[in-house]
Ligand binder design. Structure first.
Ligand code: SAH
Length: 229
């Protein structure tokens, strides 16, 4: 899989995209992530990318020309499954969407900034708009990191042996059961007895029961909606 992220602040993403599971997935050749600096497609000597908005309200807007040049430069080189724009009014990101995006070959993620991007680009070049929640971020970079992280860990082979994305919350429509490690007793707080029993069937039953109980308690809408995950 290849992910091209177009950003006006590329340095913001350096560390999160170069550590942990994403780093290992890159090293294993499972994913390539390229960060494209929008200023490279900017206007004039100062590589300007933004301008005042028509209508006179406060806040700068990213101009259409650098966005057009950056996107078409990529789309002229290869076919993309989606040209994604991160936006608070986009489709809400969730595990279902992460699953389906993890099956793509090539993705562009465009990060907005300031007041957003010129709407004509959204109308003519963007094929999918994604929000990571009902709040406003300063830029799309943090959203792009969230999306990349959720997608990359789903690529088969990205997670190390012994940890499977399939047993994570939402993957089967349920929240994860609680997890414990050594010591079996800490401060007088004990690990549930069944986990020390060595009986795999009982342990699985307990985990499944806890998943259902926690989902009913914390996120009952997942059960009500007959979540499709
Ligand atoms: N004026 C816009 C917000 C601009 S915030 C509005 O009110 O809708 C600047 C940029 O941050 C946006 O262009 C978008 O790319 C990104 N962004 C902000 N909140 C986001 C969210 N919840 N999900 C995804 N991207 C977001």
């Amino acid at each position: 899989m290849r992910i091209d992220i177009i950003s006006a602040v590329p340095d913001l993403m350096e560390s999160p995209l170069n550590h942990s599971i994403i780093k290992r997935a890159k090293e294993k050749g499972l994913v390539e992530i390229h960060i494209i600096n929008l200023h490279d497609y900017g206007h004039g000597n100062y590589k300007q990318i933004d301008d005042y908005q028509f209508g006179g309200d406060a806040g700068m807007v990213i101009r259409p020309e650098p966005l057009f040049r950056a996107i078409t430069d990529l789309t002229s080189r290869r076919e993309y499954d989606h040209v994604i724009y991160t936006s608070p009014d986009g489709e809400m990101f969730d595990q279902n969407m992460a699953n389906s995006l993890s099956c793509c070959d090539n993705l562009i993620i465009l990060c907005g900034h300031y007041k957003g991007i010129d709407h004509r680009i959204r109308e003519h070049l963007i094929t999918k708009e994604i929000s990571i929640g009902n709040y406003v971020l300063s830029g799309g970079e943090t959203a792009a990191i969230v999306i990349c992280d959720a997608i990359v860990r789903l690529i088969p082979g990205a997670l190390g042996d012994g940890s499977s994305a399939l047993s994570d919350s939402f993957q089967d429509g349920l929240l994860s059961p609680p997890v414990y490690t050594r010591p079996a007793e800490f401060n007088g707080w004990k690990v549930p007895e069944v986990l020390l029993s060595g009986n795999p069937r009982l342990i699985q039953e307990w985990k499944h029961g806890m998943s259902i109980e926690r989902t009913r308690l914390l996120r009952p809408e997942l059960l009500d909606e007959g979540w499709e995950g």
